[in-house]
Design a protein. Structure first.
Length: 253
């Protein structure tokens, strides 16, 4: 089944101003993310969805297809849905949402999310990785627990499931995963997601994926071994540039 990858890129990030245009390895971040998704060859077409002409201009200068969207979208999912609803993209049965700050997104995460939808196992697919015990208490680490069939039971910023007795820690470890923020959707599931009103669970946790889950739209979760985080802060960007340099240094003969 053909896959359309959409990279939402919003200019107005607060923690890292003008984030999509900040440089990673000498090129704007949005360019690097597009290059990464193209190189992985999970999607048949890759486009950028943006709210600002500066991002569109950078994309045009690099030969990257970009679509201008409304500026008032509350989330990247809404921006992706606007692009998917355009007549020129109406033939794509699977939509893949890759966040615009994920230049090191893994093939396993993208293939895992897409595979769940393409195989009919769930109308929405995402991915998760093992989470260190030390990170389970952190609110910025989104946790997910799943059914035996691999569908999400719940996502939370809290440590879930609750460990009542310390002696059960070995049981807990394999039950919890860290959510990786990539999504694949059927066209209908994406439309349903963005037309539903925000759910109280979503508002309390500040996690938009709780909206479809609370409305009985299944989310399949692909378990993958490793995934790098996105770029949210100046420290993240410095780390990413160091990593980029390590990856691109010439190998000594």
């Amino acid at each position: 089944m053909a896959v359309l990858a959409v990279i939402p890129a919003r200019l107005g990030a607060t923690r890292l101003p003008r984030k999509p245009l900040r440089l990673l390895g000498g090129e704007p971040l949005v360019v690097r993310v597009h290059q990464r998704v193209e190189a992985l060859q999970v999607a048949d077409r890759v486009v950028v969805a943006t709210d600002h002409p500066d991002i569109a201009a950078v994309c045009a200068a690099h030969g990257i297809p970009a679509v201008m969207t409304r500026a008032d979208h509350p989330s990247g999912t809404d921006r992706v849905a606007e692009v998917a609803a355009r007549p020129e993209f109406s033939a794509w049965p699977i939509i893949l949402n890759v966040q615009g700050d994920e230049p090191f997104v893994s093939r396993e995460a993208l293939e895992g999310a897409v595979g769940l939808v393409a195989n009919g196992r769930a109308p929405i697919g995402t991915a998760a990785v093992p989470v260190a015990v030390s990170a389970q208490q952190r609110a910025d680490v989104v946790k997910v627990v799943c059914t035996e069939s691999g569908r999400a039971l719940y996502f939370s910023r809290a440590p879930i499931p609750f460990l009542r007795d310390a002696m059960d820690a070995p049981i807990l470890a394999p039950l919890v995963r860290q959510h990786v923020g990539v999504y694949a959707y059927t066209r209908d599931a994406l439309h349903q997601w963005v037309t539903l009103a925000p759910h109280p669970l979503e508002r309390v946790e500040r996690l938009e994926q709780l909206r479809p889950l609370a409305h009985d739209i299944p989310i399949g979760v692909a378990h993958v071994p490793f995934a790098e985080g996105g770029i949210d802060t100046e420290d993240d960007l410095r780390h990413a540039n160091r990593r980029w340099s390590e990856l691109t240094l010439p190998v000594a003969p």
